[in-house]
Design a binder for this molecule. Structure first.
Ligand code: CAA
Length: 260
């Protein structure tokens, strides 16, 4: 499938999805959001893809936010529809069964920080900058930043970032748990690919069930989430991958998972 604002490449079982509007620092307009939703559907349906790396084109930005030029003259109703589009596409990405690693090559601001937070794992470079600058534009975040940020870094830190609109360094983002790793700029893709490859060698049903357990379990009360974990743990024992994984351990060899 061809898109105007994205490109999708495959390297073995890893997909590289690039948001490609470098002149606007990959800002998210309705077209990017719509195409991103389509790309998630394509990736979900492609059995060869196990892990996704999401990045921004160019040297400067992952994504510098929702497109301010596109939003500037929106009515309240239009902005509501735009916000809901962003929320729904990000939720689709978050709930996609395959793990997504955000390779954050520069600015991740506003909608860009919100997009990174909808990914499973975030890797930044020493140059990356994070923030929710929206109150400086007279608005709140609109793609679930007010919800994912406190869940990720805690209420107090989230409120400080939201109220001040401060831009923070990758080192500070790492310190507060907003990113998993900070690496040298020229190492970013290799680091993400190496992590993606390690994930891709594991039992993919189990990986996907871990993702569901964390994302869905955190939205449940603890008794329900424990019951959910017990169910998915049991479900693994109905797969060939469980038999293979445990047999390989006992036979002291590498497992050959088939994703069934
Ligand atoms: N929307 C639209 N265009 C953007 C953009 C955005 N969010 N961010 C950058 N651009 C454009 C600039 O307008 C500029 O375009 P021109 O060359 O045509 O003038 C181009 O990208 C390069 O940007 P700068 O010249 O500004 O680059 P810089 O290095 O001087 O500054 C920056 C980089 C600090 C990221 C600055 O561009 C900036 O502050 N961008 C806006 C960040 C922001 O406020 N994001 C939040 C948006 S609101 C939001 O996301 C709401 C939501 O939750 C739904």
């Amino acid at each position: 499938m061809e898109w105007n604002t994205l490109f999708l490449e495959k390297e073995g079982n890893i997909a590289l999805l690039t948001i490609n509007r470098p002149k606007a620092l990959n800002a998210l307009n309705p077209e990017v959001l719509t195409e991103l939703g389509q790309a998630v559907d394509v990736i979900t349906a492609d059995d060869e893809i196990f892990v996704v790396i999401l990045k921004g084109a160019g040297e400067k930005a992952f994504v510098a936010g929702a497109d301010i030029t596109a939003m500037k003259d929106m009515t309240a109703l239009e902005s509501r529809a735009f916000g809901i589009l962003g929320q729904e596409v990000f939720k689709k990405l978050e709930y996609m069964p395959k793990p997504v690693i955000a390779a954050i090559n520069g600015f991740a601001l506003g909608g860009g920080c919100e997009l990174a937070m909808a990914c499973d794992i975030r890797v930044a470079t020493e140059k990356s900058k994070f923030g929710q600058p929206e109150v400086g534009l007279g608005v709140t975040p609109g793609f679930a930043g007010t919800q994912r940020l406190p869940r990720l870094v805690g209420k107090g830190r989230a409120k400080e970032l939201l109220y001040t609109a401060d831009m923070i360094s990758a080192a500070d983002a790492h310190r507060i748990g907003l990113v998993n790793h900070v690496v040298a700029e020229d190492q970013l893709l290799e680091f993400c690919k190496s992590m993606a490859k390690r994930i891709a060698t594991k039992g993919q049903i189990a990986v996907r069930l871990c993702k569901a357990a964390v994302d869905q379990g955190l939205e449940m009360d603890v008794d329900k989430s424990m019951a959910f974990e017990a169910d998915i743990f049991a479900l693994c024992f109905a797969t060939s991958d469980q038999k293979e994984g445990m047999t390989a351990f006992v036979e002291k060899r590498k497992p050959n998972f088939i994703g069934k």
